[in-house]
Ligand binder design. Structure first.
Ligand code: GAL
Length: 712
């Protein structure tokens, strides 16, 4: 490793940091904590140029577990990281038994030492609060901290995530450990942020949680009459006379209850997080950001991510492929979804260094594919890409997982590719600073609608991620930039808004969407839209509920399909599968775009897609899941009538372009997902930064090749 490699980010800034570090290390921790208490509490924003001035805006990082190794080894780890231009380590998120070896006895010396050594190697630190892995002394002495599973059995020690998220005692322990860490490191200039716990995961079914749920319902409905009415509990004698009769149920219950349980779970996680945010913010420098990493391959819906992301400064997620290879659309869409959580750039807090250990076949990504995946993340708005993990623990459940150094502590073959990413990130950071993706198309994504559909699939083949991708793929190809956002955000900046499965449309949401159309926007609704109200009850206006009137039509009946059904019309001919809705027009200005062919008799010749002008805009309803060619034609029509333009221009098959813009700058990232070289013509000459250095009007991208273009 070449230690003398030019170090791009730390120049003048490093001098400032060294002085500050020296002052901090000289000051006793208590004095630091006192200083900390006087700091104003505000929200850190990593995109803000003032945050922290000497930290690169494009970071390569790793999850590092110094607690698993002798201290004598740490320096060598950090040296190897620095040589690969890895400038961030996430530390501590599973180290509770090391941080608090006995109740209320904290040992943070080792962490202080690790952070200081990292600083010496120009590596900044994100500290994880260790609350995902409570220590054995705690779970043994206080069994009430343990999670109880769906079958009423308490979890045992020896794994992680074995805590009950509502347990007051567990919350107290979490606050205390977070506070101790913040008092010690809240003003350590080498600590740039905090991660709360790790991938919030399992809700609990203990008695206390059940009581909390009942109280939550009481606060929401106030009277049992109201709850009974909204949940239609006259059905199956479900009527409740006492709040404590209401079960805690997440699979087979009344749809109203199931939806409220999910909302409750979301709010409990937000409170769990807020507890620690308060503990951290009381002592930490406001420039230190607070995040928590999202698991479940980005698509997890155990709780409402918009709710849980709301108090955070930054959204971050764990981007794993698992089995197979990078699917640019799927991964790109998940990046866009995470960017939509806070509608700003995000972090990839974990990603796979080649392979995982948990897939059915934990194959490795091919050579150069890890790099391609990192750059795709950046293209979609990632400001950091961090690998899980640096080195596998010698024992423990994840021995087979990909890592960057082997069990002997020397680099594995992937190390050189990681180093290449590090070098490129270092060079490109100034160009990408403050740039963000901007799109003319938004796809609406709603956890409540997803839950409502998944509670009652009606056709087991109805896969909502697939349905979202059915829209995303052709729209992304045509517009080359798509946002994925919650339905209630301001929509007026979008020319086209597509809601693939907005099953729940409340009165408020209906008004919001109507206003968007009246102001000139084009709203496209997919199948199953507007079937339910905010209580997950059927909307008596029929689909799409509050939007049936502006649509000038409605869904007469839905059908789960056994076989494909022909569909034809303005977008050409093709087929519908899995789901088809028989639409009707009820005003003369509603236009039928597509009709079903011969099928079950009911659908034959009936409308499948209708559209209508509303105010200065338009509404379109697509009642079926259409095949990819028809979806491509549909997307072509949507962008045309909505006036959406591509951000770059024509591209060969397999090449993706991402655009990031700042006030005066536009940067394009070209990604060749194909396994052979391709020639790309640029719409006009641009400055190429990676494969070639200089102004070009065409470029040859190697297999899995990447280019960064500055457009002046
Ligand atoms: C993540 C988790 C990490 C590690 C990784 C392995 O979901 O946050 O701690 O277990 O999976 O792929």
């Amino acid at each position: 490793m070449n230690k003398s490699r030019p170090f791009v980010f730390w120049n003048v800034a490093i001098a400032r940091r060294v002085v500050f570090l020296a002052i901090c290390w000289i000051m006793p921790a208590q004095a630091l904590a006192q200083t900390a208490n006087r700091q104003p509490v505000s929200t850190a924003n990593p995109s803000d140029p003032s945050y922290p001035p000497d930290v690169p805006t494009l970071l390569l990082g790793v999850a590092w577990y110094p607690e698993q190794w002798p201290e004598s080894r740490w320096e060598e780890d950090l040296r190897l990281m620095e040589a690969a231009q890895i400038h961030m380590v996430r530390v501590g998120e599973f180290a509770w038994s090391r941080i608090e070896p006995e109740e209320a006895k904290y040992d943070l010396e080792w962490l202080e030492q690790a952070i200081a050594l990292a600083a010496k190697h120009h590596i900044v630190v994100v500290l994880g609060t260790p609350t995902d892995a409570p220590p054995a002394w705690m779970t043994q002495k206080y069994p009430d901290v343990l999670r109880v599973n769906e079958n009423g059995r308490p979890d045992e020690h020896g794994n992680r995530r074995q805590f009950s998220y509502t347990s007051p005692r567990f919350r107290r322990f979490c606050r205390a450990v977070a506070e101790q860490m913040a008092m010690r490191f809240g003003h350590n200039p080498n600590v740039i942020g905090w991660q709360i716990g790790n991938e919030f995961s399992f809700d609990s079914y203990d008695i206390y949680t059940r009581q909390q749920f009942q109280q939550w319902l009481k606060a929401k409905y106030r009277t049992l009459d109201s709850l009974n009415q909204h949940w239609t509990t006259a059905y199956w004698s479900q009527a409740y006379d006492n709040w404590d009769e209401i079960p805690l149920e997440d699979t087979r219950g009344n749809p109203g209850l199931l939806l409220d349980h999910k909302r409750f779970v979301s709010e409990v996680w937000r409170d769990f997080e807020n507890d620690q945010i308060t503990a951290l913010r009381t002592h930490a420098d406001p420039r230190q950001f607070i995040t928590t990493n999202i698991g479940g391959l980005g698509w997890s819906d155990r709780w409402e991510h918009y709710t849980v992301a709301q108090p955070l400064d930054l959204a971050s997620w764990d981007d794993y492929v698992g089995q197979g290879h990078l699917d640019p659309y799927k991964d790109g869409a998940m990046h866009d979804l995470i960017r939509g959580l806070k509608r700003k750039n995000f972090w990839v807090m974990e990603t796979q260094p080649g392979f995982v250990n948990w897939a059915a076949v934990s194959n490795s990504l091919d050579q150069d594919e890890v790099r391609l995946m990192a750059w795709e993340a950046v293209g979609h708005g990632a400001e950091t890409v961090s690998y899980w993990q640096w080195r596998s623990a010698l024992n423990g459940q994840e021995q087979y997982h990909g890592a960057i150094v082997g069990p002997d502590g020397t680099p594995v073959p992937l190390y050189s590719e990681i180093r290449q990413i590090g070098q490129e990130f270092a060079r490109m950071a100034p160009k990408l600073r403050d740039t963000v993706p901007i799109s003319e198309i938004a796809i609406l994504h709603s956890y409540e609608s997803r839950w409502a559909i998944d509670f009652q699939l009606h056709n087991q083949h109805y896969d909502q991620q697939q349905v979202l991708l059915d829209y995303y793929r052709p729209l992304r190809d045509l517009a080359q930039s798509v946002d994925i956002v919650s339905p209630d955000v301001p929509l007026n900046s979008y020319k086209l808004v597509v809601a693939p499965d907005l099953n729940l449309i409340s009165g408020d949401l209906g008004r919001h969407l109507l206003e968007y159309m009246k102001n000139g926007g084009h709203l496209v609704l997919g199948p199953r839209s507007g079937m339910k109200d905010a209580y997950n009850a059927l909307d008596s206006r029929r689909q799409p509920g509050p939007l049936a009137e502006p649509l000038g039509g409605r869904v007469e009946q839905f059908y789960a399909l056994e076989n494909d059904v022909p569909v034809s019309g303005q977008w050409g001919g093709g087929k519908a599968s899995v789901w088809a809705e028989l639409l009707s027009t009820r005003t003369s200005d509603a236009q039928v775009l597509m009709r079903y062919g011969a099928s079950n008799g009911w659908l034959d010749g009936q409308p499948a897609v209708i559209t209508r002008v509303v105010g200065k805009g338009r509404i379109t309803y697509i009642g079926a899941i259409l095949d990819p060619a028809l979806m491509a034609a549909a997307a072509g029509w949507m962008v045309k009538v909505s006036g959406v333009r591509p951000v770059f221009g024509p591209l060969p098959e397999g090449v993706e372009v991402c655009r990031r813009v700042a006030n005066q700058r536009t940067v394009f990232i070209l990604l060749n997902h194909a396994r052979q070289p391709v020639q790309v013509s640029l719409p006009h000459p641009m400055q190429a930064e990676i494969t070639t250095n200089g102004e070009v009007s065409a470029i040859t991208l190697p297999a899995f090749g990447v280019e960064v273009l500055e457009d002046h």
